[in-house]
Design a protein around this ligand. Structure first.
Ligand code: PSU
Ligand code: MN
Length: 307
C-alpha cells in the first residue's frame, strides 16, 4: 500500500529554474518584509517595485515565500498580491517551514528561511532591507535571530543595510564573527544602521565594486566555506532618518514592548510598527529607500557573478 511521494519539498518557478540552469543573473527577495515589516497598502507596492527594479536591470527577481503550504522560489504576481493582503499569513523562519508546509498555511519567509530556500534553488544573491540579529537583553532573554545561525551555514551573498538599531548592534557583530560570517561594507568601513548610514561600529573590510564582491564569493566557494557573505550597503546620509530622533523613538519602543510583554517572533514586527507610528510613517519612507538601494546593488552583484 505504499504510495509514491510525488510532492517536492519546495517549488521553483519555471523562469527561475531556467535562469539558474542557464547561469543568468537572479536575485532572491524575502517576503516577511511585505507580510510583516511594512504597512498595507505600501507593502505590496514595495514588493512589486522591487521586482520591477530588477527586471529593468535585466535581472530576474525571485520573491520567496510559502503559498498554501508550498515553499515557493519565484512567487507569481497573484501570489505576492494575495500574501500582501492576508492578515493571517505566518511569519516563517527556518524552523517553521515544515510546519506551515504540512498544515498548508501561507507564510512570509524571514531572511533565514528565504536564504535557505534561495540557496537550495541555486540562487547566489539575496537582497533584503535589514537583517535580524541580537536583541537588547539577549543575555537573559536569549532573543537572537535565527537569521544569524542560518546564515552561518548558508553560502549565499546577502545585501542589507546592516541591522536596525532596534537590535544590539555590537553584540550582533560579535556573533557574526563567532559564526564565521564575513561582513563587508560597500564603499565604507562604517557598519550601517539601517535607518541611519552609520551605526557607530567599524567593520574591517570595504569593497568598491560588485566585481570585488563576486571575487570574494568565488574565493569562498573555492574554499568550500559554507557561510553567507554579508554585503552592508548604507543609506545615503541625506536620506537617513534623523539619528537623534531615532534614538528617542527607540527607547520608547523598547519600553512599550516590555510593558506589553512582547516576546519571540513578535518582537521585530512590534518594534518596526511602533517606529512607523511614532514617526508618522517617515520611517517607512526610509525603509523603502534602503530596500530599493539594496535591491539595485544585489542586481549589480548578480550580474558581476555571471561575468
Ligand atoms: N528587518 C527589517 N524588516 C523586516 C525584518 C527585519 O528591517 O521585516 C524581518 C526579516 O524578515 C528578518 C526578520 O529575517 O524580520 C527577523 O525576525 P526575528 O528577529 O524574529 O528573527
Ligand atoms: Mn527573535
Amino acid at each position: 500500500m505504499s504510495s509514491t511521494r510525488t510532492s517536492v519539498a519546495f517549488h521553483v518557478s519555471e523562469p527561475v529554474a531556467a535562469a539558474v540552469a542557464g547561469g543568468r543573473p537572479v536575485v532572491a527577495l524575502e517576503s516577511t518584509i511585505f507580510t510583516h515589516g511594512l504597512p498595507r497598502p505600501r507593502n505590496l507596492e514595495v514588493a512589486l517595485e522591487a521586482e520591477e527594479r530588477l527586471r529593468s536591470q535585466g535581472i530576474l527577481p525571485a520573491t520567496i515565500g510559502v503559498f498554501a503550504g508550498v515553499p515557493t522560489v519565484g512567487l507569481s504576481l497573484e501570489q505576492i498580491t494575495s500574501l500582501s493582503n492576508d492578515g493571517a499569513v505566518k511569519k516563517v523562519s527556518l524552523r517553521d517551514l515544515p510546519v506551515v508546509a504540512a498544515l498548508r498555511l501561507h507564510g512570509g519567509t524571514t531572511v533565514a528561511a528565504t536564504a535557505f530556500l534561495a540557496h537550495r534553488a541555486g540562487i547566489k544573491v539575496f537582497s533584503t532591507g535589514g537583517l535580524g540579529g541580537v536583541h537588547h537583553g539577549a543575555a537573559t532573554s536569549f532573543d537572537e535571530s535565527a537569521d544569524m545561525t542560518t546564515l552561518a551555514t548558508t553560502p549565499i551573498i546577502v545585501v542589507s543595510a546592516g541591522v536596525k538599531s532596534i537590535l544590539d548592534v555590537a553584540a550582533t557583530l560579535e556573533r557574526f564573527e563567532t559564526l564565521n560570517i564575513p561582513v563587508i561594507g560597500y564603499k565604507t568601513k562604517k557598519y550601517p544602521g539601517f535607518y541611519v548610514s552609520d551605526s557607530g561600529f567599524e567593520i574591517e573590510y570595504a569593497v568598491n565594486t560588485p566585481d570585488e564582491v563576486a571575487a570574494i564569493c568565488s574565493a569562498r566557494d573555492d574554499l568550500h566555506i559554507e557561510s553567507a557573505i554579508l554585503l552592508a550597503n548604507p543609506i545615503a546620509e541625506d536620506k537617513q532618518f534623523p539619528p537623534a530622533e531615532l534614538d528617542d523613538i527607540l527607547s520608547r519602543a523598547w519600553a512599550e514592548a516590555e510593558k506589553n510583554g512582547i516576546s519571540g517572533k513578535d518582537t521585530t514586527p512590534f518594534l518596526l510598527d511602533f517606529i512607523q507610528r511614532a514617526s508618522n510613517g517617515r520611517s517607512v519612507n526610509v525603509n523603502v529607500d534602503v530596500y530599493r538601494s539594496n535591491v539595485s546593488l544585489g542586481g549589480e552583484v548578480a550580474s558581476a557573478l555571471t561575468r
